[in-house]
Write a protein that binds this ligand. Structure first.
Ligand code: XBP
Ligand code: MG
Length: 257
């Protein structure tokens, strides 16, 4: 019988709620440092989140919302410089207060490791952001929990393109059908399903009303024994939090016939 071998995790919005009070603030701080009057409100950031990747997001903002802005001659360098400053601010934010993992994430990662499941990260954000978030939640050896951390510009096309997931599968020499992906957004599920991965969604404030077509299961969170999830779409039997047992059942139920 085919076996579940690996769990592949998105980062932003899935492992932790990093966007509103993490990335967004860091962008705004970088803009202020550069003397720009740009301010990404919580609401505006929701619209900007449709564009994955920080550099791409700044460009999109300029193209669609700031036709008035006089562009510097070397626009690529300008955007890269802003983004570098944003990454520094984001890492400082994580170092200062930290952003906690969402309910059930730490427990599930620990259980999965004990059960011998292989773990990987497939994210759009920059590699240093992932390391800092993992270290602050899992300790200094966090990077060793994951066989591969695929992040940022490692593939040319970011989510919703499936490239980052395909990259991970190739590096791990795994078939998509032996894995489960965890995502929080429409762009994320398009990427994971585009790579033929069985996908579990945990929604958050920014993504709750998005279209998760293709996902095997949509939940409000992974849940804990004393903090049950709400099932928003699909079914997961009698379980009330995501455990390795629950994932194995989901996997067996969704095997291609
Ligand atoms: C996450 C993102 C990222 C972060 C910013 O998407 O879109 O761009 O918001 O990170 P996903 P950088 O969760 O689908 O991977 O500024 O480092 O690009
Ligand atoms: Mg995400």
């Amino acid at each position: 019988m085919p076996e579940l071998k690996a769990l592949l995790f998105d980062v932003d919005g899935t492992l932790a709620d990093t966007e509103r009070d993490g990335h967004r603030l860091a962008f705004n701080r970088a803009f202020a440092d550069a003397g720009l009057d740009w301010d990404w409100s919580v609401e505006r950031y929701g619209a900007l989140l449709w564009v994955t990747g920080g550099k791409e997001r700044i460009r999109y903002y300029l193209d669609t919302m700031r036709p008035d802005f006089k562009r510097p001659a070397r626009l690529d360098e300008f955007v890269a410089g802003l983004h570098k400053a944003k990454t520094q601010h984001y890492n400082r934010l994580l170092d200062d207060g930290g952003i906690p993992f969402r309910p059930g994430v730490r427990r599930l990662l620990g259980e999965a490791r004990e059960a011998g499941l292989r773990l990987a990260i497939a994210t759009t954000t920059s590699p240093e952001n992932v390391t800092t978030l993992l270290n602050s939640n899992l300790g200094d050896d966090a990077e060793h929990w994951f066989e591969i951390i695929a992040a940022g510009d490692i593939v040319p096309a970011k989510k919703p393109a499936p490239d980052i997931y395909r990259y991970v599968l190739t590096q791990m020499r795994l078939r998509a059908k032996a894995c489960i992906a965890f995502e929080d957004s429409e762009n994320g599920v398009r990427a994971s399903c585009g790579a033929n991965l069985l996908t579990v969604i945990t929604t958050n404030d920014y993504t709750a009303t998005q279209d998760f077509n293709g996902a095997a299961l949509v939940l409000d969170q992974l849940g804990e024994p004393d903090k049950p999830f709400k099932v928003l779409r699909g079914s997961i039997g009698q379980h009330h939090y995501i455990s390795v047992t629950a994932l194995n059942e989901l996997f067996q139920r969704n095997l291609p016939s």
